[in-house]
Design a protein around this ligand. Structure first.
Ligand code: DQQ
Length: 475
């Protein structure tokens, strides 16, 4: 049990002076946050747990932080939910995991780590009897201690994800097979305590999709099953990847593989809510130095939850939750019109939602500059090049240096328009094209007046553009 302080909403400081701090995305009042953990809707209330360092704004000393929400938009900060037990099987950190409803008992699974390098990783269970506030670690923990022998090594065995089927409970754990690639191992249990290892649900290719697979999610979506993994290359993280396929006799056969995220969103976790929506939360990573994170006093943001679906080509579609509309304020509209050159728009701000639909000619281009300085020097450019069928997101500094660039394929079918949905919030920019290509970026402007919006285009028709100024969730 951890919570010994009363539940009190903690103060979100620096919103006025720190214009990099998001206004409508969730982040803790202070210090470090990474992966979403244990997301669940419990008796109507959404609970978000998250990897949290209560000591400062850099990664370390992992606990699960906790917040709850009635609408997935406004969050109440709650006391830290679960902490390492000194000298115990989770002494070096409570790593990521999930939550399930076990016949009315809230039950979480997480990875306990030991050792300075976290090189012992075991799967643990805890239950709550006070509405998810405090957690009792199962006295028989860990419930899984050993990585399957076929992995060829003992570390990198983490992030349990559990679901129920007609006959039993199942769990996948992220891991790897030495010299082969990332792997997800499948387990079965009838009581959530005794787990039998079955086989790898899927094994990757070290050259193509990572050395380690972290934070697996496996769930049914429509008629198919989806596996999401976060790929890791040992010293750096890679893309978030998804596989869509069939699941028969506990064997998964992928029919399609795609990239869920090309940018800063990592370690997503999904849950099924009471409206039967498959919701995805993800950690939006920083892209600034440790010194800058120390100076800010905070690090890490949660994405706006996305509703998942599949199209006929088995591609994963992501739509920000409709609840976001409650934050829409002042509205600016453009179109229909032809766009032949850059147009500064009469709307500005660092908390905006943008929905646009373009039809570029085969050699046309279109998009936006956001967070633009008045002289247009520093900014983030979001540009679609029709001839290359690619989406480019670049951050440019005041001295015209390209700080970061992502250029990713985004093929459009004949007659398919380009649809851009952009959520700009302080230093966070979530960009989703045609619901299926996601690049999450960060932009740390040097001045609060770098908040202009420019419409970019050459040989493009703009069907419609809607921009809303978004309210803060912390007022
Ligand atoms: N973050 C957690 C791990 C997970 C990684 C540690 C992914 O459980 O594999 O903070 O970001």
């Amino acid at each position: 049990m951890v919570a010994d302080q009363p539940i009190s909403p903690r103060h979100h400081q620096n919103l006025v002076t720190d214009f990099h701090r998001p206004h409508y995305h969730f982040l803790p009042p202070t210090h470090w946050m990474n992966d979403p953990n244990g997301v669940i809707q419990w008796q109507g209330t959404y609970h978000l747990f998250y990897q949290h360092n209560p000591d400062g704004p850099l990664w370390g000393n992992m606990h699960w932080g906790h917040a709850s929400s009635q609408d997935l938009i406004h969050w109440a900060d709650l006391p830290i939910a679960i902490a390492p037990t000194p000298n115990g099987y989770d002494a070096a950190g409570i790593f990521s995991g999930c939550a399930v409803n076990h016949n009315g008992t809230p039950t979480i699974f997480y990875t306990g780590t030991q050792g300075e390098k976290h090189d012992i990783q075991v799967q643990c269970m805890a239950t709550s009897s006070d509405n998810l506030l405090t957690w009792d670690k199962y006295p028989g923990n860990p419930v899984i201690s050993n990585v399957p022998a076929e992995s060829g090594q003992t570390a990198d065995f983490r992030d349990p994800f559990v679901w129920q089927e007609a006959d039993a409970w199942y769990m996948v754990v992220g891991s790897r097979i030495k010299d082969v690639g990332g792997a997800v191992f499948l387990y079965r249990s009838h009581n959530l305590i005794d787990w039998d290892y079955l086989h790898p649900l899927l094994v990757g290719d070290i050259r193509r999709n990572g050395m380690i697979w972290e934070c697996p999610n496996f769930f049914k979506l429509g008629e198919n099953w989806v596996l999401i993994i976060s790929s890791h290359f040992g010293s750096m993280t890679g893309d978030v990847i998804y596989f869509v396929g069939t699941y028969v006799d506990h064997h998964f056969t992928p029919l399609h593989e795609g990239i869920l995220e090309y940018g800063r969103l990592y370690a997503p976790l999904t849950t099924l809510d009471e409206q039967a929506r498959r919701l995805l939360f993800g950690w939006v990573r920083e892209s600034r130095s440790n010194e800058a994170q120390q100076a800010a006093g905070w690090s890490g943001v949660q994405s706006i939850p996305r509703v998942l679906a599949l199209d006929r080509q088995y591609r994963l579609l992501m739509t920000p939750i409709a609840e976001l509309e409650m934050l829409r304020g002042h509205h600016h509209h453009e179109g229909p019109m032809d766009v032949t050159h850059t147009i500064p728009l009469a709307v500005s701000g660092l908390a905006l939602e943008i929905a646009a639909e373009f039809m570029p000619q085969p050699d046309g281009s279109c998009g936006f500059s956001l967070a633009c300085a008045p002289n247009n020097a520093e900014r983030i450019d979001i540009v679609y090049e029709a001839d290359q069928q690619r989406l480019i997101v670049g951050t440019i500094s005041a001295d015209d240096t390209v700080l970061h660039i992502d250029a990713v394929p985004h093929p459009l079918a004949d007659d398919e328009s380009l649809q851009l949905r952009i959520l700009l919030d302080g230093s966070v920019v979530e960009i989703i094209a045609n619901q299926r290509t996601s690049i999450t970026g960060r932009v740390y402007s040097s001045d609060v007046m770098s908040n202009g919006v420019r419409l970019l285009g050459a040989k493009t028709h703009l069907h419609s553009l809607d921009i809303w100024m978004m309210s803060s969730i912390w007022q």
